[in-house]
Design a protein around this ligand. Structure first.
Ligand code: NAP
Length: 257
Protein backbone atom coordinates (compact mmCIF):
# COMPACT_ATOMS: atom_id res chain seq x y z
CA UNK A 1 0.00 0.00 0.00
CA UNK A 2 1.39 3.44 -0.91
CA UNK A 3 1.59 6.13 1.73
CA UNK A 4 -1.05 8.22 -0.12
CA UNK A 5 -3.61 5.34 -0.18
CA UNK A 6 -2.91 4.69 3.53
CA UNK A 7 -3.61 8.34 4.23
CA UNK A 8 -6.85 8.19 2.22
CA UNK A 9 -8.04 5.09 4.13
CA UNK A 10 -7.44 6.81 7.45
CA UNK A 11 -9.51 9.88 6.54
CA UNK A 12 -12.62 8.09 5.24
CA UNK A 13 -15.58 8.36 7.63
CA UNK A 14 -19.19 7.21 7.17
CA UNK A 15 -21.24 10.12 5.83
CA UNK A 16 -23.89 11.53 8.18
CA UNK A 17 -26.52 11.22 5.49
CA UNK A 18 -29.75 9.24 5.35
CA UNK A 19 -30.55 10.10 1.77
CA UNK A 20 -32.77 7.40 0.23
CA UNK A 21 -33.40 5.76 3.63
CA UNK A 22 -36.69 5.19 5.44
CA UNK A 23 -36.62 5.92 9.18
CA UNK A 24 -39.47 4.99 11.52
CA UNK A 25 -39.66 6.84 14.84
CA UNK A 26 -42.16 5.32 17.25
CA UNK A 27 -43.04 8.25 19.53
CA UNK A 28 -41.79 10.69 16.87
CA UNK A 29 -44.68 13.16 17.08
CA UNK A 30 -43.42 14.88 20.24
CA UNK A 31 -40.45 15.50 22.51
CA UNK A 32 -37.32 13.44 22.01
CA UNK A 33 -38.89 11.44 19.17
CA UNK A 34 -39.66 14.64 17.27
CA UNK A 35 -36.00 15.68 17.72
CA UNK A 36 -34.98 12.36 16.15
CA UNK A 37 -37.55 12.66 13.33
CA UNK A 38 -36.36 16.19 12.47
CA UNK A 39 -32.69 15.13 12.49
CA UNK A 40 -33.44 12.15 10.21
CA UNK A 41 -35.47 14.34 7.83
CA UNK A 42 -32.71 16.97 7.71
CA UNK A 43 -30.26 14.16 6.84
CA UNK A 44 -32.41 13.24 3.83
CA UNK A 45 -34.55 10.35 5.12
CA UNK A 46 -38.20 9.65 4.46
CA UNK A 47 -39.60 9.69 7.99
CA UNK A 48 -42.59 7.80 9.40
CA UNK A 49 -43.74 8.82 12.89
CA UNK A 50 -45.90 6.38 14.82
CA UNK A 51 -47.89 6.94 18.00
CA UNK A 52 -51.40 6.35 19.32
CA UNK A 53 -52.99 9.43 17.83
CA UNK A 54 -52.57 10.92 14.35
CA UNK A 55 -52.42 14.72 14.51
CA UNK A 56 -54.34 16.75 11.92
CA UNK A 57 -52.55 19.19 9.58
CA UNK A 58 -54.32 22.12 11.31
CA UNK A 59 -53.23 20.94 14.72
CA UNK A 60 -49.62 20.15 13.81
CA UNK A 61 -48.49 21.80 10.55
CA UNK A 62 -44.88 21.07 11.64
CA UNK A 63 -45.49 17.36 10.97
CA UNK A 64 -46.35 17.92 7.30
CA UNK A 65 -43.06 16.40 6.07
CA UNK A 66 -43.67 13.12 7.91
CA UNK A 67 -45.93 10.17 7.24
CA UNK A 68 -47.98 9.42 10.36
CA UNK A 69 -49.20 6.03 11.42
CA UNK A 70 -51.35 5.18 14.41
CA UNK A 71 -50.26 2.37 16.76
CA UNK A 72 -50.46 1.56 20.45
CA UNK A 73 -47.25 -0.30 21.23
CA UNK A 74 -48.92 -2.17 24.10
CA UNK A 75 -50.99 -4.04 21.49
CA UNK A 76 -48.77 -6.60 19.74
CA UNK A 77 -51.13 -7.33 16.86
CA UNK A 78 -51.44 -3.58 16.17
CA UNK A 79 -47.64 -3.29 16.15
CA UNK A 80 -47.35 -6.20 13.69
CA UNK A 81 -50.02 -4.64 11.44
CA UNK A 82 -48.31 -1.23 11.58
CA UNK A 83 -44.97 -2.62 10.41
CA UNK A 84 -46.68 -4.70 7.71
CA UNK A 85 -48.25 -1.44 6.48
CA UNK A 86 -44.96 0.49 6.67
CA UNK A 87 -43.10 -2.24 4.74
CA UNK A 88 -39.33 -2.17 4.16
CA UNK A 89 -37.44 0.26 6.39
CA UNK A 90 -33.81 1.14 7.11
CA UNK A 91 -33.82 2.37 10.69
CA UNK A 92 -36.16 2.10 13.67
CA UNK A 93 -35.98 4.40 16.70
CA UNK A 94 -38.37 3.74 19.59
CA UNK A 95 -38.85 6.71 21.93
CA UNK A 96 -42.51 6.12 22.91
CA UNK A 97 -43.15 5.80 26.57
CA UNK A 98 -46.09 5.65 28.97
CA UNK A 99 -46.74 8.85 30.93
CA UNK A 100 -44.37 9.59 33.79
CA UNK A 101 -46.04 8.75 37.06
CA UNK A 102 -48.23 6.00 35.61
CA UNK A 103 -46.38 3.38 37.67
CA UNK A 104 -47.27 4.32 41.27
CA UNK A 105 -44.97 3.47 44.16
CA UNK A 106 -43.39 0.13 45.06
CA UNK A 107 -45.71 -0.33 48.06
CA UNK A 108 -48.91 0.32 46.09
CA UNK A 109 -51.80 -1.99 46.86
CA UNK A 110 -51.42 -3.88 43.59
CA UNK A 111 -49.00 -4.13 40.67
CA UNK A 112 -51.24 -2.67 37.98
CA UNK A 113 -49.09 0.46 37.66
CA UNK A 114 -45.83 -1.41 37.15
CA UNK A 115 -47.48 -3.89 34.75
CA UNK A 116 -48.83 -1.05 32.66
CA UNK A 117 -45.47 0.78 32.62
CA UNK A 118 -43.47 -2.36 31.70
CA UNK A 119 -46.08 -3.17 29.06
CA UNK A 120 -45.53 0.21 27.40
CA UNK A 121 -41.82 0.82 27.86
CA UNK A 122 -40.21 -2.63 27.88
CA UNK A 123 -42.63 -4.92 26.03
CA UNK A 124 -43.60 -2.07 23.68
CA UNK A 125 -39.93 -1.62 22.69
CA UNK A 126 -39.67 -5.42 22.36
CA UNK A 127 -42.75 -5.62 20.10
CA UNK A 128 -41.52 -2.81 17.84
CA UNK A 129 -38.14 -4.53 17.41
CA UNK A 130 -39.75 -7.97 16.91
CA UNK A 131 -42.22 -6.85 14.23
CA UNK A 132 -39.94 -4.41 12.43
CA UNK A 133 -37.10 -6.95 12.18
CA UNK A 134 -38.55 -8.90 9.20
CA UNK A 135 -38.83 -5.61 7.29
CA UNK A 136 -35.41 -4.13 8.11
CA UNK A 137 -33.15 -3.76 5.09
CA UNK A 138 -29.48 -4.79 5.06
CA UNK A 139 -27.41 -2.14 6.85
CA UNK A 140 -30.36 -1.31 9.08
CA UNK A 141 -30.45 -0.45 12.76
CA UNK A 142 -32.67 -0.31 15.82
CA UNK A 143 -32.25 2.33 18.54
CA UNK A 144 -34.00 2.28 21.92
CA UNK A 145 -34.36 5.06 24.50
CA UNK A 146 -33.87 4.69 28.24
CA UNK A 147 -32.74 7.20 30.88
CA UNK A 148 -30.17 7.79 33.62
CA UNK A 149 -32.32 5.83 36.09
CA UNK A 150 -31.03 2.68 34.39
CA UNK A 151 -27.72 3.17 36.20
CA UNK A 152 -28.70 5.49 39.04
CA UNK A 153 -31.96 4.42 40.66
CA UNK A 154 -34.06 6.96 42.58
CA UNK A 155 -36.48 6.07 45.35
CA UNK A 156 -40.03 6.01 43.99
CA UNK A 157 -39.00 5.19 40.41
CA UNK A 158 -38.59 1.41 40.60
CA UNK A 159 -40.78 0.69 37.57
CA UNK A 160 -38.98 3.12 35.24
CA UNK A 161 -35.56 2.10 36.61
CA UNK A 162 -36.28 -1.60 36.04
CA UNK A 163 -37.84 -1.01 32.63
CA UNK A 164 -34.88 1.07 31.43
CA UNK A 165 -32.40 -1.56 32.66
CA UNK A 166 -34.44 -4.26 30.91
CA UNK A 167 -34.49 -2.29 27.63
CA UNK A 168 -30.70 -1.87 27.80
CA UNK A 169 -30.28 -5.62 28.36
CA UNK A 170 -32.65 -6.33 25.46
CA UNK A 171 -30.61 -4.02 23.25
CA UNK A 172 -27.41 -6.03 23.85
CA UNK A 173 -29.22 -9.34 23.32
CA UNK A 174 -30.70 -8.17 20.02
CA UNK A 175 -27.34 -6.86 18.80
CA UNK A 176 -26.31 -10.53 18.88
CA UNK A 177 -29.57 -12.14 17.82
CA UNK A 178 -30.42 -9.80 14.94
CA UNK A 179 -26.82 -9.28 13.71
CA UNK A 180 -25.75 -7.82 11.37
CA UNK A 181 -28.65 -5.45 12.06
CA UNK A 182 -27.17 -3.03 14.58
CA UNK A 183 -28.99 -2.47 17.86
CA UNK A 184 -28.12 0.33 20.31
CA UNK A 185 -29.61 2.41 23.09
CA UNK A 186 -29.49 6.11 23.89
CA UNK A 187 -29.63 6.90 27.60
CA UNK A 188 -30.70 10.55 27.91
CA UNK A 189 -30.30 12.76 30.92
CA UNK A 190 -32.78 15.56 31.68
CA UNK A 191 -34.26 16.67 28.34
CA UNK A 192 -36.60 19.64 28.49
CA UNK A 193 -39.66 18.22 26.73
CA UNK A 194 -43.39 18.17 27.41
CA UNK A 195 -42.86 14.90 29.28
CA UNK A 196 -42.27 17.27 32.23
CA UNK A 197 -45.52 19.18 31.70
CA UNK A 198 -47.13 17.22 34.54
CA UNK A 199 -45.04 19.39 36.92
CA UNK A 200 -46.43 22.77 38.01
CA UNK A 201 -44.73 25.57 35.97
CA UNK A 202 -42.68 26.94 38.88
CA UNK A 203 -41.44 23.45 39.81
CA UNK A 204 -40.40 22.80 36.18
CA UNK A 205 -38.58 26.18 36.01
CA UNK A 206 -36.82 25.37 39.29
CA UNK A 207 -35.75 21.98 37.99
CA UNK A 208 -34.40 23.58 34.82
CA UNK A 209 -32.38 26.10 36.88
CA UNK A 210 -30.95 23.35 39.10
CA UNK A 211 -29.94 21.37 36.00
CA UNK A 212 -28.22 24.45 34.52
CA UNK A 213 -26.24 24.94 37.72
CA UNK A 214 -25.38 21.31 38.45
CA UNK A 215 -24.83 19.49 35.18
CA UNK A 216 -21.31 19.76 33.73
CA UNK A 217 -22.82 20.85 30.36
CA UNK A 218 -24.38 23.84 32.26
CA UNK A 219 -27.67 23.64 30.42
CA UNK A 220 -30.76 21.49 30.11
CA UNK A 221 -30.82 18.91 27.34
CA UNK A 222 -32.82 19.50 24.15
CA UNK A 223 -34.58 17.01 21.90
CA UNK A 224 -32.11 17.86 19.14
CA UNK A 225 -29.21 16.65 21.33
CA UNK A 226 -30.78 13.19 21.19
CA UNK A 227 -31.59 13.59 17.47
CA UNK A 228 -27.87 14.18 16.89
CA UNK A 229 -26.92 10.99 18.77
CA UNK A 230 -29.57 8.98 16.91
CA UNK A 231 -28.19 10.19 13.59
CA UNK A 232 -24.73 9.00 14.62
CA UNK A 233 -26.08 5.56 15.59
CA UNK A 234 -28.04 5.20 12.36
CA UNK A 235 -25.10 6.15 10.15
CA UNK A 236 -22.04 4.62 11.84
CA UNK A 237 -21.86 1.03 10.53
CA UNK A 238 -19.53 -0.22 13.29
CA UNK A 239 -21.53 0.72 16.40
CA UNK A 240 -23.71 -2.03 17.82
CA UNK A 241 -24.63 -3.43 21.22
CA UNK A 242 -23.79 -0.18 22.96
CA UNK A 243 -25.46 2.37 25.21
CA UNK A 244 -24.65 6.01 24.52
CA UNK A 245 -25.30 8.37 27.40
CA UNK A 246 -26.36 11.86 26.26
CA UNK A 247 -26.92 13.51 29.60
CA UNK A 248 -24.86 16.68 29.93
CA UNK A 249 -22.86 14.75 32.53
CA UNK A 250 -25.91 14.17 34.77
CA UNK A 251 -24.67 10.88 36.20
CA UNK A 252 -21.37 12.49 37.34
CA UNK A 253 -23.03 14.87 39.79
CA UNK A 254 -25.46 14.44 42.71
CA UNK A 255 -29.04 13.79 41.72
CA UNK A 256 -31.23 16.84 40.95
CA UNK A 257 -34.99 16.90 41.57
N1 NAP B 1 -37.50 13.97 28.61
C1 NAP B 1 -36.60 13.54 29.50
O1 NAP B 1 -36.06 14.29 30.34
C2 NAP B 1 -36.21 12.09 29.51
C3 NAP B 1 -35.14 11.73 30.33
C4 NAP B 1 -34.77 10.40 30.38
C5 NAP B 1 -35.44 9.49 29.62
N2 NAP B 1 -36.48 9.86 28.84
C6 NAP B 1 -37.16 8.82 28.08
O2 NAP B 1 -37.20 9.21 26.70
C7 NAP B 1 -38.40 8.75 26.09
C8 NAP B 1 -39.17 9.84 25.38
O3 NAP B 1 -39.37 10.94 26.22
P1 NAP B 1 -40.10 12.28 25.70
O4 NAP B 1 -39.63 13.37 26.58
O5 NAP B 1 -39.94 12.40 24.22
O6 NAP B 1 -41.64 11.93 26.04
P2 NAP B 1 -42.99 12.54 25.43
O7 NAP B 1 -42.76 13.92 24.87
O8 NAP B 1 -43.98 12.36 26.51
O9 NAP B 1 -43.34 11.58 24.19
C9 NAP B 1 -43.90 10.33 24.32
C10 NAP B 1 -44.42 9.91 22.93
O10 NAP B 1 -44.79 8.55 23.01
C11 NAP B 1 -46.06 8.38 22.39
N3 NAP B 1 -46.70 7.26 23.10
C12 NAP B 1 -47.00 7.19 24.41
N4 NAP B 1 -47.58 6.01 24.69
C13 NAP B 1 -47.61 5.31 23.53
C14 NAP B 1 -48.10 4.03 23.16
N5 NAP B 1 -48.65 3.19 24.07
N6 NAP B 1 -47.99 3.62 21.88
C15 NAP B 1 -47.44 4.44 20.95
N7 NAP B 1 -46.96 5.68 21.23
C16 NAP B 1 -47.05 6.10 22.51
C17 NAP B 1 -46.79 9.70 22.55
O11 NAP B 1 -47.72 9.99 21.50
P3 NAP B 1 -49.30 9.58 21.62
O12 NAP B 1 -49.79 10.24 22.86
O13 NAP B 1 -49.91 10.07 20.34
O14 NAP B 1 -49.32 8.08 21.71
C18 NAP B 1 -45.63 10.69 22.47
O15 NAP B 1 -45.42 11.06 21.12
C19 NAP B 1 -39.17 8.10 27.20
O16 NAP B 1 -38.94 6.72 27.15
C20 NAP B 1 -38.61 8.65 28.48
O17 NAP B 1 -38.78 7.76 29.51
C21 NAP B 1 -36.88 11.14 28.76
Amino acid sequence: MTSSSKQQEATLAPPLTLSGKKVVVVGGKTGIGLGVALAAHAAGATVVVASRRIASAEERPDLAEFLQISVDIRDESAVRAAFDTIGPLDHLVVTASPDLGSWGSFMDADMNGVRSYMEGKFLGSWACARHSAPHLKPGGSITFLTGGLAVRPKAGFAAATSSFAAVEALSGSLALELAPTRVNTIRPGFIDTDMWSFLPAEHRDGLRRKVEEAFPARRAGKAEDIGHAALFLMTNPYVTGTVIEVSGGETLVPSVS
